[in-house]
Design a protein around this ligand. Structure first.
Ligand code: G3P
Length: 218
């Protein structure tokens, strides 16, 4: 399972990269705004900085919602760097644009997916990735993980090449359940990745090992 970090914060991206387990990055307009990155040129420059840190797929989202402008924005984004994946919302013109990008060999990430039907449509259109939002479904009392399970099963039934990128992953249990189900990718904040390190018995065990080692050195 690939690990993507879901942020536009360069320090966090660098930290996850330095841990040696990072396969890519996902961003969205809200994450850009959170870092205070506004305006076309600043946003494009920021994507380039991310691409310099991580040698893996970097999702960059279009803002347009009409077909012609989605194509224009997506082609511009794809020209920025070979690792850019054009992130397109699950809307009618978005699906049409994913088909267009797929035929042009431009990688896509179909975002804001909340149902298995939407995921089937994304795969039929030739999306490289589909992004079901686990946490946001949980937020409305719907089992987000069940959707991941459904999509993985459906894609396996038909051999769809679209990779299941579990998004809105909020905690370690989400991540581990994605791995059990067989999601291709999880994208999550840095704290979810670093939380994987934690177990109290590791800390207790290490303290004991170091204390016992110190006895011999007295
Ligand atoms: O990748 C999608 C993600 O940014 C949404 O996460 O936590 O805002 O639902 P969240």
């Amino acid at each position: 399972m690939k690990f993507f970090i879901d942020t536009a914060n360069l320090q966090e991206i660098q930290e996850a990269h330095d841990l040696g387990v990072l396969d890519g990055v996902t961003t969205n307009p809200s994450l850009m705004a959170k870092e205070g990155i506004f305006g076309h040129d600043n946003v494009m420059a920021h994507y380039k900085k991310i691409c310099e840190i991580v040698d893996g797929d970097i999702s960059a989202e279009v803002i347009a919602t009409d077909y012609e402008t989605i194509i224009k924005e997506g082609e511009f984004l794809a020209e920025l760097h070979p690792n850019i994946v054009v992130k397109v919302p699950m809307i009618r013109d978005g699906v049409k644009a994913i088909r267009y990008f797929s035929e042009k060999g431009i990688k896509t990430n179909c975002t804001l997916v909340f149902s298995a039907g939407q995921a089937i449509l994304a795969a039929k259109a030739g999306a490289t990735y589909v992004s079901p939002f686990v946490g946001r479904l949980d937020d409305v009392s719907t089992d987000g993980m069940q959707l991941i399970d459904q999509i993985v099963q459906i894609y396996s039934n038909y051999g769809y090449q679209t990779q299941v990128l579990a998004a809105s992953v909020r905690h370690v249990m989400h991540l581990v359940q994605c791995a059990e189900i067989g999601a291709d990718v999880v994208t999550c904040p840095l704290n979810v990745i670093t939380s994987l390190l934690n177990h109290p018995l590791t800390d207790i065990g290490l303290s004991k090992f170091l204390a016992d080692h110190a006895k011999g050195n007295k």
